[in-house]
Write a protein that binds this ligand. Structure first.
Ligand SMILES: C[S@@+](CC[C@H](N)C(=O)[O-])C[C@H]1O[C@@H](n2cnc3c(N)ncnc32)[C@H](O)[C@@H]1O
Length: 329
């Protein structure tokens, strides 16, 4: 009975996404609930779109039974949370059509709503986002900000930058919105196109400072973005940074272990994943790439933890979210 209710709710919730999957000729998994977590979102998408990953999913750091249990708990959390307005479901569906293999980059509905709540709680006037993609998290945050608030969101991919700009225009977040049919939003979203670091330099030239920062671009860039923001005092005194994917599908544990073994000369050191033939299969290639991203994230986590300028809390929610604030003087 409870299961039927849950399935009904999830089906309703993801109706649009499922129809998009059909549109791009993909058979949706019955248990797939894309707005549960980023990790499962990506893993489910990868498996759906690349069957070679089904048996050897590099994102599965937990046993399958445990993963199924966690998935059910996330689905439960999703079903017991107020859904975001329908435009967000439509955006997920649209992302799948435009980026069928990488649409899972976007935050889940649950995480988007959490970030929106955070905006409502902390009332930032100026928010910086590194990594726009299709604008889902930018819109989710903008809707929670106070009147007059601005989100500056940086995106390197010209196609994603253009599509998100159009979307912000359509939904009246753009400073220059001409769309008469939609009520102009109280908050605006500005897309800054280009590499994250160059975009930060441009924003610094404009003397902008931020009450909240969302780090969600390339994982190898996190340390540089973080340093640039703190070194140039771009964070207001009570401002905060939230960094996404800081547990990287659980793979940070492998990074930590391999780095520890390498440092202590343990012969089993870091050989996991090394020596694998490059062409031995998509799953393994992916596994190596995933581990590299996880290594970048582990380096970032250690860097922040050892930075005397800040306090950090690593939250084991979604795919791992770090909340970072400057130390009080
Ligand atoms: C995880 S996605 C962002 C998802 C988005 N925050 C959301 O939840 O809707 C990461 C984005 O960062 C962009 N990106 C990657 N490298 C970048 C760089 N060096 N500078 C700026 N953006 C970058 C990618 O093109 C991608 O769109």
């Amino acid at each position: 009975m409870a299961f039927t209710k849950l399935t009904t709710m999830l089906n309703r919730h993801h109706r649009l996404i499922r129809s998009s999957l059909r549109a791009v000729n993909i058979t949706p998994r019955t248990s797939w609930a894309p707005s549960t977590t980023r990790a499962f979102h990506i893993s489910a998408l990868n498996k759906t779109l690349n069957p070679s990953l089904t048996d050897k999913d590099p994102t599965l750091a937990t046993p399958v039974s445990e993963q199924a249990h966690i998935e059910r708990l996330f689905a439960y959390s999703d079903s017991q949370s107020t859904p975001l307005p329908e435009k967000f479901d439509r955006l997920h569906a649209h992302s799948l059509q435009v980026y069928p293999t990488t649409a899972g980059k976007t935050v889940s509905a649950l995480q988007g709503h959490f970030q929106q709540m955070l905006m409502r709680l902390t009332k930032p006037k100026s928010v910086l986002e590194l990594g726009t993609f299709m604008g889902y998290s930018a819109m989710a945050m903008a809707d929670g900000m106070p009147k007059g608030g601005v989100v500056y969101t940086c995106e390197k991919d010209p196609k994603a930058a253009q599509l998100s700009r159009e979307l912000f225009e359509e939904h009246a977040y753009s400073p220059s919105t001409k769309n008469e049919s939609v009520k102009r939003k109280d908050t605006t979203i500005e897309v800054v196109e280009g590499d994250g670091l160059s975009s930060l330099a441009l924003l610094l030239e404009r003397n902008l400072r931020f009450d909240a920062v969302f780090l969600d671009a390339d994982k190898g860039g996190y340390v540089n973005y973080y340093n640039f923001i703190l070194d140039n005092d771009m964070l207001t005194d009570e401002g905060y940074i939230i960094a996404d994917n800081v547990l990287f599908h659980g793979q940070v544990l492998n990074s930590e272990e391999r780095q520890h073994n390498a440092a202590t000369g343990n012969p089993s050191s870091s050989s996991k994943g090394k020596g694998k033939k490059k062409n031995s299969g998509d799953g393994e290639r992916n596994s190596e790439a995933y581990q590299k991203f996880a290594d970048h994230i582990h380096t970032f986590n250690k860097h922040v933890r050892n930075d005397p300028r800040v306090d950090v809390v690593v939250l084991p929610v979604f795919d791992g979210l770090s909340l970072i604030m400057k130390k009080r003087q």
